[in-house]
Design a protein around this ligand. Structure first.
Ligand code: ZN
Length: 206
């Protein structure tokens, strides 16, 4: 995400909720707004009139910065035509990873109860179907959610670990599909190929 240091990006923080109470969201990114001198990133302090805790606002900011960096690093067609799993899965990974780094540096534990790491096919159906999956988090973390959840097949078989966020970014940039990113991850020779396939195969139904 080094490019963000060399580019100015505007973040607009709104004190209220996002417009459209039927479809509340906590933040978004759209490069076109910059053409009108508006902030590319909008962050909302509230969702459905409920003020959000600061950790969620920080996490949302990292999430939207991940989209901005992804957009700027890839080609326009790469980002715009990418599968939602790649776009939102990667933003979830950055959100999870950088918020944890930030909280660790403050001597705190980031305890985001609604975070993506514990999500399954059934406990987050709507966001899951929109591509907000923990595939890229699973490459880094040490949690095998299938085992943690007593073999529940709604959770991924995650024996994979050992990647860092830079490894994952290298695989995501230039990949339009989850499969292309899997091939790039495999080529890094960090993980056991069979374990990497099992993880990918679980998410590849989307
Ligand atoms: Zn997003």
């Amino acid at each position: 995400m080094n490019d963000l240091l060399n580019n100015r990006i505007k973040i607009g923080v709104h004190t209220g909720s996002s417009p459209g109470p039927s479809d509340p969201f906590s933040g978004d990114f759209a490069n076109w707004r910059n053409w009108l001198s508006w902030p590319e990133i909008r962050i909302y302090q509230s969702v459905s009139a409920n003020v959000r805790p600061i950790d969620q606002i920080i996490a949302t900011t990292f999430h939207e910065l991940a989209h901005a960096s992804h957009w700027k690093n890839g080609t326009r067609t790469c980002f715009d035509l990418s599968n939602k799993c790649v776009i939102e899965g990667w933003a979830r990974c950055v959100q999870w990873g950088l918020t944890n780094v930030e909280y660790a540096s403050l001597g705190q534990t980031y305890n985001w109860n609604t975070g993506a790491q514990g999500q399954s096919k059934t406990n987050s159906t709507s966001s899951w179907n929109d591509g907000y999956i923990p595939f890229y988090i699973d490459l880094i973390d040490n949690v095998n959610q299938r085992a943690v959840n007593s073999g529940n097949t709604d959770f991924a078989i995650d024996a994979v670990t050992g990647f860092n966020i830079r490894n994952v970014e290298d695989a995501v940039i230039g990949s339009r599909t989850l499969y292309q990113s899997w091939e790039a991850l495999k080529a890094q020779n960090i993980a056991n190929e069979g374990q990497l396939w099992d993880l990918f195969d679980f998410y590849n139904t989307l």
